[in-house]
Write a protein that binds this ligand. Structure first.
Ligand code: SAM
Ligand code: DTB
Ligand code: SF4
Length: 326
């Protein structure tokens, strides 16, 4: 993995693009919308995260959203052209009383015809099966970084805890979405270590989100030296080469790298993005800007998006505005 990351940039991109073309339509990108269904107040200590209650970031501890709020957001995401709807909760893991309302959300989102995804933290025995029965297609749970660097970022759950949750997800028949974060002060060798872990999962994750740290004031990692965006693109390329059949998602940090680097990331084999004006608590490019970028690059949204993506921009604006204003 390190030898790949070390390649001259053009050689690396050429290899990644070649692998990409053998396995995917090079002009198609999958759009996943993201909604924070339970924001803030998390007991964990992930050093990058604005939702950990121990850091003073201005993110408040909110209640779980209602079913109606989630369905409305999913409908708007669908009208906007997203094919998958991912629900995130700032929990160490769901308690039994938390899971029941989330199962209703999964059923309702699935009934709209969207693919469903959830990221709720660590799972206890039986929970993955309940999620699967409700219609959950994907579960996102990241390894975040290499085992060697991990201890500098998180102390309240182990690397093995994460691998155990991934096993539960896999065993329940849910597709695995698993990736990590770069730009946390790790070395290139440690970035290679993350890819090695991901690529050696059996089977490999169906979806691999690569996040570039979004620095949030109040978190321990705010003020970390920023990663050169070329290095972020290199990570995407090595993920593509080593996980040739996985969707590689250009995830958090798109707004910070700008359009030209996003285009390079697509060239390096990224074929999925988080789409919508917000990630969980931080900003993402506006959906309308993303559609314009994809159009400029001749990239088509993939799958379910095709039927609905042509909704008039004016109508979309209005739907998004009325959602924002409640
Ligand atoms: N609480 C659950 C958990 O940690 O498993 C689910 C939500 S958690 C916010 C999902 C992932 O978002 C984290 O594993 C991390 O990879 C990513 N993430 C969180 N904060 C981030 C940040 N500031 N920049 C980039 N990625 C971030
Ligand atoms: C993932 O790998 N990235 C998303 C999603 N999975 C849940 C989350 C990014 C969060 C960025 C910081 C925030 O907006 O709070
Ligand atoms: Fe909590 Fe997840 Fe944030 Fe860690 S990443 S502090 S577990 S919300």
């Amino acid at each position: 993995m390190l030898a790949l990351l070390d390649l001259p940039f053009s050689d690396l991109i050429f290899r990644a693009q070649s692998v990409h073309r053998e396995n995917f339509d090079p002009n198609s990108v999958q759009l996943s919308a993201l909604l924070s269904i339970k924001t803030g107040g998390c007991p964990e200590d992930c050093g990058y995260c604005p939702q950990a209650s121990r850091y003073h970031t201005g993110v408040e501890n909110e209640d779980l959203l209602s079913l109606e709020q989630v369905v409305e957001a999913a409908q708007i995401a669908q009208l906007n052209g997203a094919s998958r709807f991912c629900m995130g909760a700032a929990w160490r893991g769901p308690k039994e009383k938390d899971l029941a309302p989330v199962l209703d959300m999964v059923r309702a989102v699935k009934a709209l015809g969207l693919e469903t995804c959830a990221t709720l933290g660590m799972l206890k025995p039986g929970q993955a099966e309940q999620l699967r029965s409700a219609g959950l297609d994907y579960y996102n749970h990241n390894l975040d970084t290499s085992p060697e660097f991990y201890g500098q970022v998180i102390s309240t759950r182990t690397y093995q805890d994460r691998l155990d949750t991934l096993d539960k997800v896999r065993d329940a028949g849910i597709s695995v979405c698993c990736g990590g974060i770069v730009g946390m002060g790790e070395t290139r060798a440690e970035r290679a270590g993350l890819i090695a872990q991901l690529a050696n999962l059996h089977p490999q994750p169906e979806s691999v989100p690569i996040n570039n740290l979004v620095q949030v004031k109040g978190t321990p990692l705010a003020g970390t030296e920023r990663l050169d965006p070329f290095e972020f693109v290199r990570m995407i390329a090595v993920a593509r080469i080593t996980m040739p059949h996985s969707a590689v998602r250009l995830s958090a940090g798109r707004q910070q790298i700008g359009e030209a680097f996003q285009a390079l990331a697509f060239l390096a084999g990224a074929n999925s993005i988080f789409y919508g004006d917000k990630l969980l608590t931080t900003a993402n490019p506006e959906a309308i800007e993303d559609r314009a970028l994809l159009e400029k690059l001749g990239i088509e949204p993939s799958e379910a998006a095709a039927q609905v993506r042509m909704m008039q921009p004016a109508l979309l604006e209005e739907a998004s505005r009325s959602h924002r204003d409640g």
